[in-house]
Design a protein around this ligand. Structure first.
Ligand code: ATP
Ligand code: MG
Length: 581
């Protein structure tokens, strides 16, 4: 696994925010981290103050905070002072229409400036912000608004007419609907309200434990859960933005995640702003040429993206990069799914630096395990725990929980609770929340291993583990081996029941352009897998598919591959992106 170690030189290490992992880790306390943010009087807090106001007060008001690229390619810049003014207006609009502290304000918007202004304005007013992914259909929208007891929603005229209008009478507690670009009966016209609202608003000073954000999980393993985060989370957003993403003031930073998912809020709004960067926000969906162009033209310094996007860039081939160079690029990171070693190495060849994989969840609110700028990268590993985070590999036995300390022992990835961005609950699912904690650990539901150097290796979701002829097989290992093959663009591996072996490994493969799903290729892939993994772990069956079923945030839905393979009910598919099964 370690054959491809990517070493960092001293110069890279010295330039990083965290030059020495071991020392920073030894010295780190969350109390110290708390001092890196400003806070309000009497121990009070508000994320909007940390993200915007304190920078304006410190004289950075004229710096661009957000550069918005519209679908048609037009660019509009918003300074920190603009964000302060506009989010204050939005807070005034909320309060003047009867929405305030503790209310839940939802957003159903594409990546448009109003989304960012609404997020900051909602927090400023002391209300709870809940972003929904704009491609959701009416039912996923309704259920999420009902679970979270939405008081208000900001959306566009088009989305309102298509998805929300017919739901109104099913949402009796929804008091306000603000439309960004149209007038409609029973809604408020946000443009005219914003035009007359005051530029100033006394930011509501909140307790650190007051709720700030409501996020729904991706629904990869089942029904999405509503996860609550508090204002204190900003301490973790800020520190992880600095240590794990290496964000520095004035950096140009591009997080490609949509704020409808936790990454797009924690690292697409809060952490970049608290770290005083210039954020790139692209309204358009993924497009190979446009992405290379954006990276180069905007002189992006730090880029945070996801394995699916990286795999699509790889699939497009190196010609797609054209003549672009990326002299400004300093750090690239990835999250959301396991990042195959092939993809890390491809990054190194294409951009002259590896993708730095990091691991976290909606529940953890921020990055927990990461490959850091100053640390050598072992491709395929998630890296090491953040300073301030204790991670372990545990096993649940009859007598309780046992930590596995021997190198490369496989068990559940667990964390010692107590960091600021940890969820404070699953909405209306107390029992499920309590089940996540045992003997002083938070149980992630993921399986992993830790090597002798302290690097963590993802194995798979515990629900996806395959038990075949006495072996425990993690789908990620099998998928990564298949990804090495030149014809493979994407793989999802599952276990299907087998009379003799208990389960057998089955792989679903999408091919790169120019490769045909022939019997010869199948045999070649089988041979490759056997050579790399041995016959016990290699797939017994390979199925070619045009596309694999994925969540809208780009995660392969192995549970759906399995349900379909076995003819079982598909379960909650509210986050499924349309696919060709
Ligand atoms: P649900 O909980 O609704 O099934 P989900 O777990 O996909 O959905 P998220 O909170 O968005 O929802 O995703 C967190 C999960 O994503 C992690 O538990 C892990 O399984 C996976 N993940 C995130 N980052 C990585 C990574 N770097 N490597 C491997 N897996 C990752
Ligand atoms: Mg999950």
């Amino acid at each position: 696994m370690e054959r491809d170690l990517i070493r960092k030189d001293d110069k890279t290490a010295r330039a990083a925010n965290m030059a020495d992992y071991a020392r920073t880790r030894a010295d780190f306390t969350w109390e110290h981290a708390r001092q890196q943010i400003d806070g309000l009087k009497d121990g009070k807090l508000n994320i909007a103050h940390e993200a915007v106001d304190r920078h304006v007060e410190a004289g950075h008001g004229a710096q661009t905070a957000l550069r918005w690229i519209s679908k048609s390619g037009d660019r509009t810049d918003f300074t920190y002072e603009d964000l302060q003014r506009l989010s204050s207006r939005f807070a005034n609009v909320l309060v003047s229409t009867g929405i305030g502290r503790g209310d839940k304000v939802y957003a159903l918007l594409g990546r448009v400036p109003e989304l960012y202004i609404a997020a900051l304005g909602t927090l400023r007013a002391g209300a709870v912000f809940c972003p929904l992914f704009s491609a959701f259909g009416p039912e996923p929208i309704r259920s999420r608004m009902e679970i979270g007891d939405a008081s208000a929603i900001v959306t566009s005229g088009r989305l309102y007419r298509r998805k929300l209008k017919t739901l109104r009478d099913q949402l009796p507690n929804l008091r306000q609907v603000y439309l960004t670009d149209e007038e409609h009966s029973a809604t408020k016209d946000l443009r005219s309200l914003m035009a007359t609202a005051s530029d100033t608003f006394a930011t509501v000073a909140l307790q650190p434990e007051d709720p700030a954000l409501l996020h729904f999980t991706s629904g990869t393993t089942g029904t999405p859960k509503g996860v609550v985060h508090v204002h204190e989370a900003v301490v973790a957003h800020h520190v992880t933005g600095s240590l794990a993403l290496d964000l520095k003031p004035q950096d140009v930073y591009w997080c490609t995640a949509d704020p409808g998912w936790v990454t797009g809020t924690s690292y697409g709004i809060i952490a970049p702003l608290t770290n005083l960067v210039t954020m790139i926000v692209d309204e358009a969906e993924f497009d190979v040429a446009r992405w290379y162009d954006t990276l180069a033209r905007e002189a992006v310094n730090v880029w945070y993206t996801a394995p699916t996007a990286i795999r699509m860039l790889i699939k497009a081939g190196t010609e797609a990069k054209q003549r672009h160079e990326f002299p400004a690029l300093r750090f690239m990171a990835s999250v959301g799914e396991p990042l195959n070693p092939e993809a890390v190495l491809w990054g190194n060849e294409t951009f002259g630096m590896p993708f730095h994989d990091n691991w976290w969840q909606t529940e953890t609110g921020g990055i927990m395990i990461a490959n850091f700028a100053a640390l050598d990268v072992k491709p395929g590993s998630m890296g090491k725990p953040l300073p301030g985070i204790d991670a372990g590999i545990v096993e649940i036995t009859h007598d309780g929980l046992r930590e596995l300390t021997e190198p490369m022992a496989m068990g559940e990835l667990a964390l010692r609770p107590g960091w600021p961005s940890m969820m404070r609950g699953y909405l209306h699912e107390d029992a499920r929340y309590k089940k996540c904690f045992r003997d002083g650990w938070y149980l992630s539901g993921d399986l992993a291993m830790r090597d002798a150097d302290g690097y963590f290796w993802f194995v798979g979701r515990s629900k996806d583990l395959i038990k075949s002829a006495g072996h425990l097989i993690g789908p990620f290992e099998v998928e990564s081996a298949l990804m090495e093959h030149a014809a493979v663009a994407e793989v999802g591996v599952i276990g299907v029941p087998d009379e003799i072996a208990g389960e057998i490994v089955k792989a679903y493969i999408a091919l790169k352009p120019g490769h045909e799903p022939t019997e010869d290729l199948r045999i070649d892939l089988m041979g490759h897998a056997r050579k790399r993994l041995g016959p016990a772990v290699a797939p017994k069956e390979i199925i070619f598919r045009q596309n694999l079923p994925k969540t809208r945030s780009g995660k392969i839905m192995r549970r759906l591959l399995k349900a379909r393979a076995l003819g079982l009910p598909e379960g909650d598919i509210s986050t499924l992106e349309s696919d060709e099964a």
